[in-house]
Write a protein that binds this ligand. Structure first.
Ligand SMILES: [Mg+2]
Length: 255
């Protein structure tokens, strides 16, 4: 079953870990791949984490991951924002992810860009209405991820994409979305690998983000039936190249 993959991109939640628990064999698999000379990247739709805090968290759980191998939605969004050379921005985000935006001019009055991440309790009546008015007055809108609900914190909660879509509709404008399944974050990740894309594998537990994004970017993909996977997810036109019960089975593709 040996395939000629030279690089592999892992989603985190539901693939390597789930709700603070490491899946058996996950850390060992990454060490095995590293020994084989396979390039490893970690691609997460987390906006709260910076790439540094993301790598630190994984390492504290027993993985051996370098900061340079991790890409979070907040890091990718900051990188994208930089290419726009913004005059000013309001980055609506909490957590370490905010540290990715240190280089920008932060304002909350008439920003050129509004950049929406997980703002936690900041998603309130006052801030949402203020954002609506700023968008109606011409502020440009970047939303870090498309997803509208999140289960990774334990219970289901509304997340970034839900607020993004609401504000887009209310202000009658269009946002730019960055995280999986959007193309930008995959292209950015590939750029750091320097490997032909048909030799790179994406591993995820969600068809709508991981597998759809991989297909759009021209990557081969593995769906693992863990984390947020539900059998009904398979009733759709998007087919991953491989479906495995758990992360451990990925090894088969490399031995
Ligand atoms: Mg996941």
């Amino acid at each position: 079953m040996k395939e000629k993959f030279q690089g592999i991109i892992f989603d985190i939640d539901g693939v390597l870990v789930f709700q603070e628990r490491v899946y058996p064999g996950a850390a060992e698999l990454l060490d095995f791949l590293r020994e084989k000379g396979i390039a490893i990247r970690i691609l997460s739709n987390s906006t709260l984490k910076s790439r540094k805090s993301c790598a630190e968290k994984l390492n504290s759980m027993g993985f051996n991951i370098y900061e340079s191998e991790t890409i979070t939605a907040s890091f990718a969004t900051a990188k994208y924002l930089k290419t726009l050379n913004p005059r000013s921005c309001w980055v609506m985000l909490k957590g370490e992810g905010l540290g990715e935006f240190n280089d920008f001019n932060h304002v909350t009055e008439n920003p050129e860009y509004i950049v929406l991440g997980d703002f936690r309790e900041g998603f309130n009546f006052q801030n949402m209405n203020k954002t609506l008015r700023l968008l109606q007055n011409g502020a440009k809108f970047i939303v870090m991820i498309t997803e509208i609900v999140d289960n990774s914190m334990g219970g289901v909660e509304l997340t970034v994409g839900a607020y993004g879509k609401m504000l887009e509709e209310a202000a009658n404008i269009e946002a730019t979305y960055i995280g999986k399944p959007n193309k930008y974050v995959f292209e950015m990740t590939l750029k750091t690998m320097d490997i032909e894309k048909n030799k790179v594998l994406m591993v995820g537990d969600k068809i709508t983000t991981d597998i759809v994004g991989a297909k759009k970017a021209g990557l081969r993909s593995v769906l693992v039936k863990t984390g947020e996977f539900d059998e009904s997810d398979l009733d759709c036109d998007i087919k991953p190249d491989y479906i495995f019960d758990s992360i451990k089975d990925i090894r088969k593709l490399f031995e």
